[in-house]
Write a protein that binds this ligand. Structure first.
Ligand code: SF4
Length: 309
């Protein structure tokens, strides 16, 4: 079994038309050009080469540039759930529905201390598990899922988490999204995680107009080599959590603004946008309470250092 860790790369785009920010929301980006690292200014973005149509080739180029850019912005992108083995990861991922990874990370140490194996959780008293899971919300349904999936692991897979999509999705509470998180991060098998952030961002970037997760997964998967799928998912989700928020995207502080057709959907004033940044981008801690060594820099500090803006 391989516990997947990290990777990275990056670049970006120049100016071109006279589209206003409002207009850019309706149309697609066509050409892209050389990379640059700094946060884009409003004037650069307004002049970015947005066109009414974009060829598939141009879309592939732009999508890959966004991913490379994000890889430079988040070279430490990783699953933000604390886990030490595939069993902990599948349970934590099920628990992460409708709550933050931080909340799950605060809850799972107590759960796994009491029930360290699938056998332990399969035999657990549901009421006791419910009490532990209460802070994560929907705790009765989540209790049912994690006990049910533990029983299935014991009865059907010898107490081991299977490393195949078709087996994982048969476990109670495990859909394709959870299965790909597990495959990508506990087994090193490429997968695209279409969560709420991923859906929102790929729509803003006009990578696809599909609305169903399975179809989004297929459409976006076709834009990238399979080997990049897992890290692509981390980059997109990191960006959605830190900068490109659902309600108030921090466009004025966004490093991929020149590549984004939705620039202007959020705050474009750089100073105001900076105040919207979250987690380490806003100078706060990330969500993991126990980041593995692979996510620390050479000096043993989280990368980037907690508190970095
Ligand atoms: S923050 Fe704004 S510019 Fe950046 S990706 Fe999101 S919508 Fe586009």
């Amino acid at each position: 079994m391989v516990v997947r860790r990290n990777s990275a790369v990056g670049e970006q785009d120049p100016a071109g038309g006279k589209k206003t920010a409002k207009a850019t929301k309706k149309v697609a980006v066509k050409a892209v050009a050389p990379a640059k690292r700094a946060v884009a200014s409003a004037s650069e973005v307004k002049a970015s080469p947005v066109r009414k149509s974009e060829s598939h080739t141009a879309l592939v180029r732009r999508a890959r540039r966004i991913n490379r850019e994000l890889a430079e912005v988040y070279p430490y992108a990783h699953p933000e759930l604390d886990f030490e083995n595939p069993f902990q990861l599948v349970v934590a991922t099920v628990l992460s529905a409708q709550t933050t990874d931080l909340r799950v990370n605060q809850t799972t140490p107590g759960l796994f201390a009491k029930y360290p194996t699938p056998e332990d959780l399969a035999a657990a008293n549901p009421e006791e598990v419910e009490e532990i899971l209460r802070p994560t919300g929907f705790f009765r349904a989540k209790t049912k899922s994690v006990i049910g999936l533990s029983k299935a692991l014991v009865e059907q897979f010898g107490g081991e988490v299977p490393g195949r999509l078709e087996d994982l999705v048969k476990l109670p509470g495990v859909g394709r999204k959870t299965a790909f998180v597990v495959l990508g991060n506990a087994f090193g098998r490429p997968g695209i995680t279409v969560d709420t952030h991923f859906q929102r961002l790929v729509r803003r970037w006009q990578w696809t107009d599909q609305t169903e997760p399975d179809k989004i997964e297929a459409a976006v998967g076709a834009l990238f080599p399979k080997s990049e799928w897992t890290m692509l998912s981390h980059h997109v989700i990191f960006h959605g959590r830190r900068i490109c928020h659902a309600r108030k995207p921090a466009c004025g502080a966004c490093p991929i603004a020149p590549l984004c057709p939705a620039y202007g959907e959020g705050e474009t004033d750089p100073e105001k946008a900076k105040k919207l940044l979250k987690y380490e981008k806003g100078g706060f801690p990330g969500q993991r309470l126990k980041p593995p060594q692979a996510y620390l820099d050479a000096g043993g500090k989280p990368a980037p250092p907690l508190g970095a803006g």
